[in-house]
Design a protein around this ligand. Structure first.
Ligand code: ZN
Length: 243
């Protein structure tokens, strides 16, 4: 049978609702939650709107740095870039792959770098000037540990982070990373973040402490969004290193 026929028949098969099992770290160890195709589609729409606010538009180029196990948000961001018709390259976010980030950055000259990690910056800093490299990049969405490293060298980076199974993405106002309030309920208790499935979410998740130091800012942001914002605190020092 011709391949096109096989694919056409496969396309008629029922697709299971479940798209991903999302493992994430909590205050009490690893746990999993489900992610359906419908939820993934809504996460994609939300990510698309956030990236559009950063000025991403058709014909631009982006570099995404993500790890394989981050597929649950990686998939939404990749779909968002496709929907926006932004050409993208992908490098691994772990430190050992920093050379790929370097090559893509040089060759793609991306409008946006998304998901930049402290490990990648540490790898790059051996051979490059981080400030010189990223100051010309219009949009830099970086993980919490990477943001202060970038801002220290004059790169106006915005926060980008997984918060348990949710994605947190800072708008150009830079007042904390927004979390989609339609899908998630995010809270802080005693200086640490917790998350639960929101009203729209069909996959259940009761309130789960994440062990991530930080706080949540409620109320309307300067960008007009009512989605709460997450501010990440510096990781607590282990007891042994306290003086
Ligand atoms: Zn905002």
């Amino acid at each position: 049978m011709a391949r096109a026929d096989t694919l056409a028949r496969a396309g008629e098969l029922d697709r299971p609702e479940l798209a991903y099992l999302v493992p994430f770290r909590t205050a009490d160890g690893m746990r999993e939650t489900e992610l359906t195709w419908a939820e993934l589609a809504r996460d994609t729409d939300w990510a698309t709107a956030r990236l559009r606010e950063h000025g991403l538009t058709a014909g631009q180029r982006a570099l995404l740095t993500a790890s394989g196990f981050e597929g649950f948000w990686g998939h939404a961001v990749i779909r968002a870039l496709k929907d926006l018709r932004v050409t993208y390259g992908i490098a691994e976010a772990m430190g050992w792959d920093h050379r790929r980030t370097s090559v893509f950055h040089r060759e793609l000259r991306p409008h946006a770098v998304i998901g930049l990690s402290a490990e990648t910056l540490e790898g790059l800093s051996g051979a490059a000037d981080i400030g010189e490299m990223f100051r010309p990049t219009r949009v830099v969405l970086a993980r919490p540990a990477a943001v202060p490293m970038l801002r220290a060298v004059g790169v106006s980076a915005c926060l980008f982070s997984a918060v348990g199974p949710a994605l947190a993405l800072e708008c150009p106002e830079r007042g904390g990373a927004h979390v989609n309030a339609a899908e998630w309920r995010i809270n802080d208790r005693e200086g640490e973040l917790s998350i639960a499935a929101g009203e729209q979410r069909t996959s259940p998740l009761p309130e789960t402490p994440l062990g991530i130091p930080g706080r949540v800012v409620a109320g309307r942001c300067g960008c007009g969004s009512e989605d709460p914002r997450v501010l990440f605190a510096e990781a607590r020092q282990p007891l042994s290193s306290r003086s």
